[in-house]
Design a protein around this ligand. Structure first.
Ligand code: SF4
Ligand code: SF4
Length: 189
């Protein structure tokens, strides 16, 4: 194996006094002190009492959602499990004699649905592929637990955290977005 020796240029006399780094740090401190004391702007917040307001479209933790009747939207198709890059989702289907779906127009719902939040990279692919609008990345960025097992969220917990989402209509909005595009985004010769 070849080794590449990287030359380190020696410090100048000025750099060796550490003054450039010290002055740079003081400049940042002075700027923040000025903004806080004179302009009244705060650069810190008292977390967790004060929560950061995340921007629209922020990709937080994925949770399962219920429909307006409080029924499970997930039909255990396992598309999200298949597509999940870090394999964070594990679905146990109900099987032929398992529990039936708790809503009409659905054949089944998962017997168990787990997301390992330690593996999840909040990519949003599960939300993208879900045909039933049953899983959504929400704005939750503060996930804590005292053990690894606690960070594996089961179906009950995911449904509780996801809550009821009646008016999402993801596919309707996708169609509207597509119709709004006057030009096909890929240039054709
Ligand atoms: S957000 Fe991405 S990584 Fe997390 S569960 Fe969904 S597909 Fe998997
Ligand atoms: S959350 Fe959506 S994609 Fe995943 S199993 Fe349920 S219905 Fe299928």
């Amino acid at each position: 194996m070849s080794t590449k020796v990287v030359d380190r240029s020696p410090l100048t006399f000025y750099e060796s006094t550490y003054l450039p780094a010290l002055l740079g740090g003081l400049k940042v401190t002075t700027r923040h002190a000025w903004n806080t004391l004179v302009k009244g702007k705060t650069v810190t917040m008292e977390y967790p009492e004060q929560k950061w307001v995340v921007p629209e479209g922020y990709r937080g933790a994925p949770y399962l959602v219920k429909d307006q009747e409080g029924a499970t939207k997930c039909v255990s198709c396992q598309l999200c499990e298949f597509v999940c890059p870090p394999k964070a989702i594990r679905i146990t289907p109900p099987g032929p004699n398992g529990q039936k779906a708790d809503r009409t127009n659905a054949e089944k719902m998962p017997q168990e649905f787990e997301i390992n939040m330690l593996r999840c990279i909040f990519c949003g692919l599960c939300q993208e592929v879900c045909p039933e609008e049953a899983i959504f990345l929400q704005k939750d960025y503060s996930l804590t637990g005292e053990s690894r097992a606690e960070m594996i969220f089961n179906k009950e917990k995911l449904l509780k955290l996801g809550g009821t989402h009646a008016g999402i209509q993801k596919w309707k909005h996708k169609l509207d977005e597509a119709k709004e595009q006057e030009v096909f985004p890929v240039a054709t010769e």
